[in-house]
Design a binder for this molecule. Structure first.
Ligand code: NDP
Ligand code: 8X3
Length: 252
């Protein structure tokens, strides 16, 4: 039985990936930082028949990540797929007006957290000569959009880190995929607007956005592709979105 480790699996795309991989027969190493929600998700996956090990830590807490990953039981260290999903946007402000704290949180989570997990898990894969890293990038990493500045920069970093890792692993059977979704209706915008649900809802007005399940399906397809096939990068957009800044909305 294969094992997937998913970061930020208590909501949105990560949660959808947990259900998709569980239904595809994977064991799930389920990361989240909210112990209560992690327990609820773990329980619902178990009710679907999945074997689950919850890993409660914030990906920004490097010491805790090191301690938890290094003390996994041997049978759970056989990780076939790592999905670096935990991430967020905070604020939609001009670059010269943004909040320092928001910038630090995005950089620490989206870049440093992803790097920490990569550094801890990939050596185990290299040792076994098997493994797949799926990073959740974004259309925001392809080109900046108005007021997206630091978030876009972190997702451009995810692209560079995915490309760099693919190069560094080219001599191995390991594969690296950068998935770049556009608008996906999750808790993403509520987080971005610091809990302002009304403002978050407006992001998805007049357009049918993607769902977490749409991204999970692509992640699962990439993971299950034949071993000689490396899905290096996929841009996944809602039908009426053409780029990070071009969205055609129906009049209401
Ligand atoms: P959600 O807010 O629904 O989910 C984000 C998940 O990441 C939550 O489980 C959250 O936990 C977790 N998380 C955040 N920070 C940390 C942390 N420091 N340590 C551990 N877990 C953490 O948003 P999405 O599902 O949309 O976002 C998932 C990924 O997809 C992100 O990397 C995002 O940038 C990317 N993405 C999203 C798009 C969208 O339009 N929604 C489009 C393109 C990319 P908690 O609830 O505890 O904060
Ligand atoms: C999330 C998608 O376009 O809101 O990465 O930045 S977008």
């Amino acid at each position: 039985m294969k094992t997937v480790l998913i970061t930020g699996a208590t909501s949105g795309i990560g949660l959808a990936c947990a259900h998709r991989f569980a239904s595809g027969g994977y064991r799930i190493l389920l990361n989240g930082r909210d112990a209560t929600r992690l327990g609820v998700v773990a329980q619902s996956l178990r009710e679907e028949g999945a074997e689950v090990m919850p890993l409660c830590f914030d990906v920004r807490d490097r010491d805790k990540a090191v301690s938890i990953i290094s003390s996994l039981p041997d049978e759970w260290k056989v990780i076939d797929v790592l999905i670096n999903n935990a991430g967020l946007a905070l604020g939609l402000d001009k670059e010269y007006e943004g909040r320092f704290d928001d910038w630090d949180t995005m950089i620490d989570t989206n870049i440093r957290g992803l790097l920490t997990m990569t550094r801890l898990v990939v050596p185990l894969m290299v040792e076994r000569g098997e493994g797949h890293i799926i990073n959740i990038g974004s259309v925001a990493g392809d080109a900046a959009y108005a007021n997206g500045n630091v978030y876009c920069a972190t997702k451009a970093a995810v692209k560079a880190l995915s490309d760099g890792l693919r190069i560094d692993l080219a001599h191995t059977p390991l594969r690296v995929t950068n998935l770049k979704p556009g608008l996906v209706e999750t808790n993403f915008s509520v987080t971005r607007f610091h809990g302002d649900k009304h403002r978050a809802d407006n992001v998805y007005k007049g357009i049918e956005p993607l769902r977490g399940e749409d991204i999970a399906d692509v992640a699962f397809y990439a993971a299950e592709a034949p071993k000689h096939v490396q899905i290096a990068e996929v841009l996944i957009l809602a039908t009426h979105q053409a780029s990070g800044s071009v969205i055609s909305r129906a009049e209401s």
